[in-house]
Design a protein around this ligand. Sequence first.
Ligand SMILES: C[S@@+](CC[C@H](N)C(=O)[O-])C[C@H]1O[C@@H](n2cnc3c(N)ncnc32)[C@H](O)[C@@H]1O
Length: 231
Amino acid sequence: MGFMLDKVVPWGRSFDEYVRMFDLSAADLQQRILGCGDGPAEFNAELSRAGGCVISFDPIYVFNTAQIRSRISETYEAVMNQIRLNWADYLWETISSVEDLGRIRMSAMDGFLTDFETGRLEGRYIAGELPFLPFENQSFDLALSSHFLFLYSEHLTAEFHLQSLREMLRVANEVRVFPVLTLDGKPSQHLNSVTACLKEDGYCAELKSVPYEFQRGANQMLVIKPSAFTN
Ligand SMILES: C[S@@+](CC[C@H](N)C(=O)[O-])C[C@H]1O[C@@H](n2cnc3c(N)ncnc32)[C@H](O)[C@@H]1O
């Protein structure tokens, strides 16, 4: 049957995973970055500590640290159970076991929780929901979506995806989305129709291989930018 969750869950990947999922170069990491649906984002905590410029956007940031910690604890067993049930759908190389995965994810989310109050005061964690973003046009170089758009294609319509990506392209020069598979490991049913609309809008939308694969077959990101910028 494949991986199933009845809602979008707060679950966070590590800084190192973000770098590989989005194939971020040293130059990319110096850009103004927006993470949409960033959840418990160690990426923000670590990059900010290293002097980078990153803002994360997610509905869970309306809650305080204790409330987010408790949501993560509630989510933990549900996610780990789904991973155990669908063990063969993952590549157990860099991450060697379900227990190892639990440790890596919890360590990444702890990194976020420790940073959250400071980051919120500094304006690095902004609460809100796609398909609307509270930012000026072109205020970022790069907007990222990890494990939200396309992954939850059963929960979110094609129209929601299109509106969200157009909004991300309004505020950033380039958008990267990873993965483009759904929770049960199939290509998203929205990918072709949404990218066709974006191409009609004048964007170039391409799949690029990345040096990251945990969910089997999920090793490509979608890169969208104005056609004139691609050569
Ligand atoms: C599975 S988590 C992914 C977190 C992080 N990007 C990562 O890859 O580790 C999905 C996130 O999407 C957020 N989310 C749910 N609805 C959203 C919306 N309408 N706009 C932005 N984020 C949303 C959830 O709160 C959750 O933190």
